[in-house]
Design a protein around this ligand. Structure first.
Ligand code: 5GP
Length: 198
């Protein structure tokens, strides 16, 4: 018996972090923490699978009710992690993976909840270069030019935060990235501090 790992993943959009997190869930290695957001769903995105899509009013009500472990404004929209997506699973020994921005990560690190502190492993995923990042953001084809320009500007700023994380992954190929990503989780499962007496 061991407690769960809270694998917190940040990185600019276009770093490939969402794909890594989703694959971990698809392979049943960890449970994905579905966030709340006030942004509109993109094509193909589903309520409750990709995000809980909330109105601004509903989001702010949940903030006031203390439902979030962390929340932040990213690219002009609100995003937040529900306590209910994380804490019970960790206590049951289920590993949880979360994809959140650098502001949210700072709040989770500062969080006084002992279960979260004990479980936390934070990783920053980044592209090999700014040029590669720009190419990936443009190639995605889901956002307007204006949105891409804003994301690129934010991404460059966001990348400066990597030294605050315990781990960093500079992306190479999808398979290589996933192998390294999963290895981190496998390694963390062996930490003595997570293990019970029997
Ligand atoms: P997107 O709109 O592209 O899905 O996500 C935009 C950014 O919001 C990404 O950097 C993602 O990591 C971040 N994000 C997603 N969910 C959360 C959350 O619950 N909290 C915070 N702080 N950031 C989030």
């Amino acid at each position: 018996m061991r407690t769960g790992i809270l694998l917190l993943v940040s990185g600019p959009s276009g770093s490939g972090k969402s794909t890594l997190c989703r694959r971990l869930e698809d392979e049943r290695e960890a449970s994905f923490s579905v966030s709340c957001t006030t942004r509109a769903p993109r094509e193909g995105e589903l309520h409750e699978r990709d995000y809980y899509f909330l109105s601004k009013e509903d989001f702010l009500e949940r903030v006031a009710a203390g439902d979030f472990i962390e929340h932040a404004e990213v690219h002009g929209n609100y995003y937040g992690t529900l306590r209910s997506e994380v804490v019970e699973r960790l206590a049951k020994g289920i590993d949880v993976v979360m994809d959140i921005d650098v502001q949210g990560a700072a709040q989770v690190r500062a969080c006084e909840d002992g279960v979260i502190q004990k479980s936390l492993v934070d990783l920053f995923v980044m592209p090999p270069s700014e040029m590669e990042l720009a190419a990936r953001l443009t190639g995605r084809g889901t956002d307007s030019e204006e949105v891409i320009a804003l994301r690129l500007k934010n991404a460059i700023e966001e990348m400066s935060h990597w030294p605050k994380y315990r781990y960093r992954l500079v992306s190479a190929t999808r398979e290589e990235d996933y192998t390294r990503f999963k290895s981190l989780l496998i390694g963390e499962r062996m930490r003595v501090s997570r293990l019970g007496e029997s």
